[in-house]
Design a protein around this ligand. Sequence first.
Ligand code: AMP
Length: 390
Amino acid sequence: MNKKTVKDIDLKNKRVLMRVDFNVPMADGKVTDDKRIRAALPTIKYILEQDASLILMSHLGRPKSASDSEFSLRAASETLSSLLGSPVQMAPDCIGDEVEKMAKALKPKQVLMLENTRYHPEEEKNDLDFAKKLASLGEVYVNDAFGSAHRAHASTEGIARFLPAVSGFLMEQELEYLGRAVANPEHPYIAILGGAKISDKILVVETLLSKCDKLIIGGGMANTFLSAQGLNMQDSLVEKESIETAKTILSKFADKLILPVDAIIADKFDANANTQTVNVNSIPTGWRMLDVGPKTIELYKKELSNAKLIVWNGPVGVFEMPKFAEGTFALAKMLAESKAITVIGGGDSASAVKKAGVAKQMTHVSTGGGASLEFLEGKELPGVAALLDK
Ligand code: AMP
């Protein structure tokens, strides 16, 4: 990685301002999944070991105003405190006189959690006065919030203009593993894309095709490609406006693309629908494809058997409904058993490997859905670009 990390900068006795991704799921004022908080622990612990004091900031949800107390980071700070086994102070806001006093009074190894940066609309506008106020709280800026790095906000981009800015370990790990997929991939490199629509993923299709040896396309996206090949997909989700694009991609990359050969089809889009298994060229009137079929799963097995690198983004079926989850879970298990480096782009694929119980067997599961997709598209993420080069 060509960006400086916490290891490349002197943190001794410094006041370190760190952007974390504590945008955690909550219910009844409690954190229901602490994965993102745990993911920040290695960097937090390392900083505290340097006798630095630590000020943490994050966004949480989409509050409309600062009186939206359901978006407070207090519960997250309590979860962090119990994970660390030491107190975490909670600030009443993320800027202002009182917060400044609390930040300046911190002793080495003490932690202060700032309130939700999105309580201020200036955060999302990347307002530089606001970024400067945030920056005034610390002496060094650390960004460990990969999941927010695709957004140029005050706490992810603007702030880096006022302080020496480096990455944390989580950010470093994300960039290293996702970086392999776009920079120097091991071969054979097989990419897998699924999800609902190709219009959202057209850029990533093109970037992946220029790097990988084979691209497996499943999910709703595959329907548009099959339709572009002249098949009648009946009531399947097909994006008519993307058919021409799909045709162009097919004509350029026919030998690289792997499309489903059979399907689990349903008579309605419903968890209790009637189902059949058919070849993709035999979908009856009124039915729709909601998962890939067993022959396609066999095809995936064959294609993945020699892979050295596998990158996966997006489910190959409507995996939220058990009747249409088999393809996605079978794929998750194949990746778990593979000797290849396996990289899972966040979002739905991350939750699919978790649901399949194989998340730990993956080389890397990204914490950022949108950020990992933009990274795989080959875009430079503003929150990464803002960090100091090595
Ligand atoms: P995306 O946000 O584009 O990654 O899409 C994820 C969604 O695609 C999931 O909620 C899946 O249920 C959905 N999906 C996957 N396969 C299909 C399909 N064959 N038809 C309709 N939706 C699908």
